[in-house]
Design a protein around this ligand. Structure first.
Ligand code: Z5A
Length: 228
């Protein structure tokens, strides 16, 4: 089924999040998916976390500079939550309400993986903050890109060149292995929302896997496909 033959669902937009460890190709694949959906005349918003709104971009600078880490895991989690609150209420929710599809580079699963599983911030605290910041909002689909840690770190290092690693890139390899396992667990725990994508292939192949997942889970059934 080609995208140009699809009768796109109307009403509220769909919320698709991309998750995964360092250098797994989230930004690369979000752009590809957005281009493909836009070519099919879909209204698409690409955004990211932390960030995505003016207020949240200020928080992004704080956490990626490492200043949040100095405050301790709980306070750092609060910074991510504050950024998400602004992003959800000023950008994501209004776009979805207008029928725009939102593709977001990282969302609440990043807090569960980085601050929860790795930072050992209690789930009760993360859940409480989530109730305040995102309420009932849940991604319609979460694409989790999976890659051996050493390949992801090599890709990230090649992209960075001589630049300085950010607060999370600077963590030891054991951290990144734990991160991979945290994402595998999220995918296993919530199969209705999450799809695990093997990201250890060339970008075109990975994009094809993502398209298949999105088509199977979010696009209309064959009965609603129109002929062109
Ligand atoms: N964080 C958190 O702790 N808690 C939270 O609640 C949230 C976030 C929301 C944001 O970093 C950090 O914030 C993040 C988690 C934390 N930690 N880290 N690190 P960011 O936004 O600056 O970066 P990122 O989200 O981690 O993205 P990334 O790992 O840096 O990259 P990526 O988007 O996954 O990959 P990419 O930029 O698309 O690709 C990386 C390189 O590989 C690039 O040169 C590509 O050309 C290349 N690439 C991509 N795909 C391929 C394939 N298939 N083959 C070969 N090469 C490829």
């Amino acid at each position: 089924m080609s995208e140009s033959a699809v009768k796109w669902p109307s009403g509220r937009g769909r919320f698709v999040t991309f998750e995964g460890g360092e250098g797994t190709g989230k930004s690369t694949q979000i752009k590809r998916l957005a281009d493909r959906l836009k070519a099919a005349r879909m209204r698409i918003l690409v955004t990211r976390e932390p960030g995505g709104s003016p207020g949240a971009e200020i928080m992004r600078h704080l956490v990626l500079s490492g200043m949040g880490k100095l405050l301790g895991p709980e306070a750092e989690t609060l910074l991510f939550a504050a950024a998400r609150d602004d992003h959800v209420h000023t950008v994501i929710q209004p776009a979805l309400n207008q029928g725009t599809w939102v593709l977001c580079d990282r969302f609440a699963d990043s807090t569960r993986a980085y601050q929860g599983s790795l930072g050992r911030v209690p789930a009760a605290l993360i859940n409480a903050m989530q109730r305040v910041t995102i309420g009932d909002l849940k991604p319609d689909l979460t694409i989790i890109l999976d890659l051996p840690v050493e390949i992801g770190l090599q890709r990230a290092a090649a992209r960075r060149g001589s630049g300085t690693p950010d607060r999370f890139e600077a963590e030891k390899p054991g951290f990144h292995q734990g991160l991979r396992e945290a994402y595998l667990k999220i995918a296993a725990d919530e199969p209705a929302r999450c799809v695990l994508i093997d990201a250890n292939s060339d970008p075109d192949t990975v994009a094809g896997r993502i398209w298949t997942a999105l088509r199977d889970r979010l696009l209309p059934t064959p009965a609603s496909v129109v002929s062109i």
